[in-house]
Design a protein around this ligand. Sequence first.
Ligand code: NAD
Length: 440
Amino acid sequence: MNVAVIGTGYVGLVTGVVLSEIGHNVICIDIDEKKVEMMKQGKSPIYEPGLEEMLVRNISKKRLSFTTKHKEAFEKSEIVFIAVGTPQSESGAADLKFIKQAAKDIAQHVVYDTVVVVKSTVPVGTNDIVENIIQEELKAPVRVEVVSNPEFLREGHAIHDTFHGDRIVIGSDVKKPGDKIEALFTPLNLPIVRTNRRSAEMIKYAANAFLAVKISYINQIANLCEKLDADVNAVAEGIGMDNRIGRAFLSAGLGYGGSCFPKDTEALAFLARENNINLNIVDAAIKANSEQHEIFIQKVIDKLGGNVEAKTFAILGLAFKPNTDDLREAPALKIIEKLLSLGANVKVYDPIVQHLDGFQPGELEHCQSIEECMDNVDATLLVTEWDEFIENDWKELKKYPNQPLLFDGRNILSIDKLVKFGWQVEGIGQAQKRQSVKVI
Ligand code: NAD
């Protein structure tokens, strides 16, 4: 099938590349000329494992192309995906300006009967808005129908998740356009949930908010464990083995970040307020998340005698999670800002992120290696659970800092091993007298 994808961010580019990989002819359009130029030359503008190889392969097979021109994008397309951003607005609601613009662009330029697929995460009722804009502004005498198809990929695993996702959700109020999108995805051979558009829109928000609640829940349990000398890792294993609960998203840490959970929980909470529905379980998850990194910083301050002024810190990891270069709402940024505001010196290192916007030149030191970052620091803060940090030789690394004081904000290092090497390690919600969890 001939497919156009509007927006080549994490979702649009991965969707376009995977659809071309399974045999469709795909043209991706973005208003960002620099991005489009890079992609035309076979370079991915985002870091995502496996993406660039697949992009190059499909460009060379002539199934994948890129443009900045809407006319060119839509001149052959029978299916158009909308995968533009839906950022948070002042009120907490999702800002739909990019979505509305994409709908106008479609109305101006489509020349065939088209199924428009809204892949962006959008509040319930947005597919109706998209349809209305297109119907009002449509230039050609063609039929355009709108289908909801929310995306569930995880950054850092986006290609894998698109091929091996748990389900594909297709929301259509009319059967035929839904069937067409089902046929488009048939080669992926994944379970498909067919429903109406509003339910599909809600599935996405309800899923993300559920996971956010789960993260905030285990983080608050971790804080209580720490006070009561229980161990949250053991608790997570013990409760996660219950099939009704499940182990995923029960790893205590610094709270969620990224481009989805923070804005999607806010957007869902806004939707509930607007409709006079009490959804305070989500409000509580948001609040708990905003407090989690503050609790961590307070622990750091307390361990350093109540004052971090002129102390030097190594921040290991900047991205909001491993295997991505995405810094949106990354806990590392909040931690860095707080430490700088307290007069501390900050050195940072991330295996992929090489540049940080929003800081004055010289305000922090961006290092090229973990060793350089930890050299002469008073404490090391592990913020993102990159494999490089897990697999490093911590016996060897001990020779770099002024003192072997490590705060593991992701509970990923073996504390017992590190203690043997002479490190003093503080995790999240870990008991003083540690005992490894045994499942027999
Ligand atoms: P992004 O910000 O990385 O990319 C959006 C792209 O759209 C940008 O490149 C921008 O230039 C382009 N764009 C904006 N308006 C355009 C227009 N009129 N025509 C052409 N291009 C246009 O966004 P993203 O992270 O890929 O997210 C897209 C949507 O998918 C959001 O609604 C997000 O909530 C949702 N989502 C994201 C993820 C994720 O992990 N990033 C996962 C699931 C769902």
